[in-house]
Write a protein that binds this ligand. Sequence first.
Ligand code: GRF
Length: 215
Amino acid sequence: MSDTPSGPAPRTSTGGSLGVLISGRGSNLQALIRAVDDGRLDARIAVVISNRPEAPGLEHARSSGIETLVVDHRQFKSRHEFDRTLATELKSRSVALVCLAGFMRLVGAELLHAFPNAILNVHPSLLPAFPGVNAQQQALDHGVKVSGATVHVVTPELDAGPIIVQACVPVRADDTVDSLSARILVEEHRIYPEAVRIMLTGGWRVDGRRLTIAP
Ligand code: GRF
């Protein structure tokens, strides 16, 4: 589909409210918290929501004084209900942008419609190569010589939305999934706050697959 709405214009200072969705470790959440704390990102993290009560990332949020919420997908009869609850919780906190940070659930229509062009995801490959799970293993199996990280807008198709920022890393002959993942993660942590800043600042537009940022 083309001519999806462009972002909030004109360019403004940001200061928008973020909702971060996690399922586990939360290192990208930590990167966003750091970026806000040290002034690289003019935003406020209004809430961190995990679908898993035991996600270690929840503790990072709590220790930074950020509100946390567990919305356990197993407590819901349908995905629609789960999605609707997420949308309601995020909207009630006036969240402008939703950041998926290791959130291991597919985002359904209810949430996408509630936040058009306002849900971001970070993925550990240079999309469109290696979407889905185990992206680093896929890259090693394929024998690529470079891989990287992508932050993109979330659309109904998995890991296929408009790309906001990408960064490359070399793939070395002796890499393991762990060593490659660690190298990619450094770039994820660098580009996620940058992508959030771009989306909050506005002046961007989406034409089909392309997200362009006004010079
Ligand atoms: C990251 O590699 C991210 O790209 C992927 O899931 C992982 C989450 O890590 N979507 P963390 O929970 O942010 O540490």
